[in-house]
Design a protein around this ligand. Structure first.
Ligand SMILES: Cc1cc2nc3c(=O)[nH]c(=O)nc-3n(C[C@H](O)[C@H](O)[C@H](O)COP(=O)(O)OP(=O)(O)OC[C@H]3O[C@@H](n4cnc5c(N)ncnc54)[C@H](O)[C@@H]3O)c2cc1C
Length: 458
């Protein structure tokens, strides 16, 4: 659906092309760098490129995204429960582009023509399916792909139709709206005992969402739902593996498991879901887990249309295979960063799909693009694991720090862990806004805590 900001973008697209033609006639042709995907990695990269090469007119930097605004993806489970108001934290691409000397074009990447060095963006329609902007092509000299990943349902029967994926702000809003409706029904219907929510996948998303839901219920209790408490929230967190948070050390899994159990979450490990329908989930053992709301957070893949796009090498989950320099194996003019990249490390492991990896890759890709423009050597990206933290809402934060140094064995909990967890988002904000503006944003956040309700209620 297109909102008014998106419409403004469509008009701007037209005027931008006129402006570009004008520039091309007036000035020498600049290197055209296109970054597709303004997420955790892409927006940081476009900002850095704009601030340096764009501002000095050494390159023409364009960011393409299918949305009008950016919201850092790890915040989505908080948006889903209403703990965070996306309207406050989202960044308008157009405004950000203006402040950082790059262009923004709204549109969905559809195809890449490597011979002619162009990308095609799909046509844009309004909510009544009326054409706003036809499909169009953009020319590049250097292309960076950063369109992230989507949930992988492994073709499990009924999942696509019955489960919510927390991949985008729209899906997070859908979850919040369904959750609020269920709580209203519960409040009004004395015969209904619980709201049943099933979450498939006990990675960071599933675990964090389970805890956020308990926080939301406790907050709603204070906002007119006096009969609502944790005992009326029935969450089943279902994991096929032997333990929750399989990517983290066992000690941390156990600590998170204990916290969730204390909150009243039914943690079901070694349970494989084989089907979802409108009444709930079915497991491999034939058990039925009833649920009014189901969330699927059990793995990721790159978007399906990436498979073999433009003859580039892809893996079995459609990620683009890159060299250590983050250039694709078959085209040095195309870089890939973030969740979309399949990047192998020296020890044979793959860079995990995490915000910290996207952040680091944006920096390496930036240096390599600058080096490329001056015919200097491309350097390899080496993933530096600073540890992983999982936020159990306001109840606790657990995780490990400095994974590379201590092999993930330095376990942290409580306030320190919470501070480090938040610092990952602050690093993203610093990369986008610089230190002063990030400081102001933090101050506004504090003020909002006094002025606004602690839960988004409308
Ligand atoms: C609920 C949740 C919680 C998470 N928590 C954590 C955490 O605590 N720590 C952590 O390290 N990681 C976490 N992650 C993972 C982290 O969010 C991702 O690893 C990270 O966002 C990847 O960054 P990216 O730049 O590759 O893609 P994204 O941040 O997903 O950005 C992709 C961008 O591409 C745009 N796009 C997509 N398709 C197209 C297209 N066809 N054309 C144009 N634009 C397109 C999207 O609109 C988006 O702006 C979490 C993920 C989720 C879903």
């Amino acid at each position: 659906m297109l909102d008014y900001l998106q419409l403004a973008d469509c008009y701007a697209i037209e005027s931008l092309s006129v402006f570009k033609n004008h520039i091309n006639r007036e000035e020498a042709i600049l290197t055209r760098i296109i970054v597709v995907g303004g997420g955790a990695g892409g927006l940081e990269l476009a900002t850095k490129l704009g601030r340096t090469l764009g501002r000095k007119r050494r390159a023409e930097v364009t960011l393409v995204d299918r949305r009008a605004s950016h919201l850092w993806k790890p915040l989505l489970h908080e948006v889903a429960t209403g703990s965070l108001d996306a309207g406050v934290d989202a960044i308008s691409y157009r405004a950000h582009a203006k402040n950082h000397s790059f262009d923004f074009q709204m549109g969905s990447l559809q195809d890449i023509d490597r011979d002619n060095k162009t990308i095609t963006l799909a046509a844009l329609y309004d909510k009544h399916n009326e054409l706003l902007v036809p499909a169009r092509s953009l020319e590049y000299d250097i292309l960076v792909l950063a369109i992230g990943s989507t949930s992988n349902d492994f073709n499990t029967q009924g999942v696509r139709d019955n489960c919510i994926f927390l991949d985008s702000p729209e899906q997070a809003h859908r979850f919040r709206s369904e959750m609020n409706n269920q709580f209203m029904k519960l409040h009004a219907n004395k015969d209904q005992k619980t709201v049943d929510i099933a979450i498939v996948g006990a990675g960071a998303t599933g675990v964090e969402l389970s805890a956020e839901l308990h926080n939301a219920v406790q907050e709603l209790h204070n906002y007119g739902f006096g009969d609502l408490d944790s005992s009326r929230l029935n969450i089943n967190l279902v994991e096929a593996g032997e333990r929750i948070l399989p990517a983290l050390p066992p000690r941390i899994s156990q600590a998170a498991h204990n916290e969730l159990t204390k909150l009243g979450v039914n943690v079901r490990t070694a349970t494989m879901v084989t089907k979802a329908d409108e009444t709930g989930l079915t497991t491999k053992d034939g058990e039925h887990i009833p649920a009014q709301i189901m969330v699927w957070a059990a793995g990721i893949k790159a978007p399906d249309f990436m498979k073999d796009i433009a003859g580039l090498e892809t893996n079995r989950i459609n990620q683009l295979v890159v060299k250590p320099t983050l250039q694709t194996t078959r085209d040095d003019n195309i870089y890939v960063i973030g969740d979309l990249a399949s990047c192998v490390q020296e020890d044979g492991s793959f860079v995990p799909p995490r915000a910290q990896a996207a952040h680091q890759m944006a920096s390496r890709c930036f240096s390599n693009i600058v080096a490329k423009l001056s015919d200097r050597e491309q350097k390899p990206y080496i993933y530096s694991d600073h540890g992983s933290l999982v936020s159990l809402s306001r109840f606790s934060t657990v995780g490990s720090l400095m994974g590379n140094l201590s092999k993930g064995s330095m376990m942290v909990e409580g306030r320190i862990a919470r501070m480090v967890y938040i610092s990952l988002y602050r690093m993203h904000q610093m990369a986008l806004h610089g230190m002063f503006k990030t400081g102001l944003i933090m101050l506004v956040g504090r003020i909002n805590r006094v002025l606004r309700p602690s839960l988004k209620l409308h």
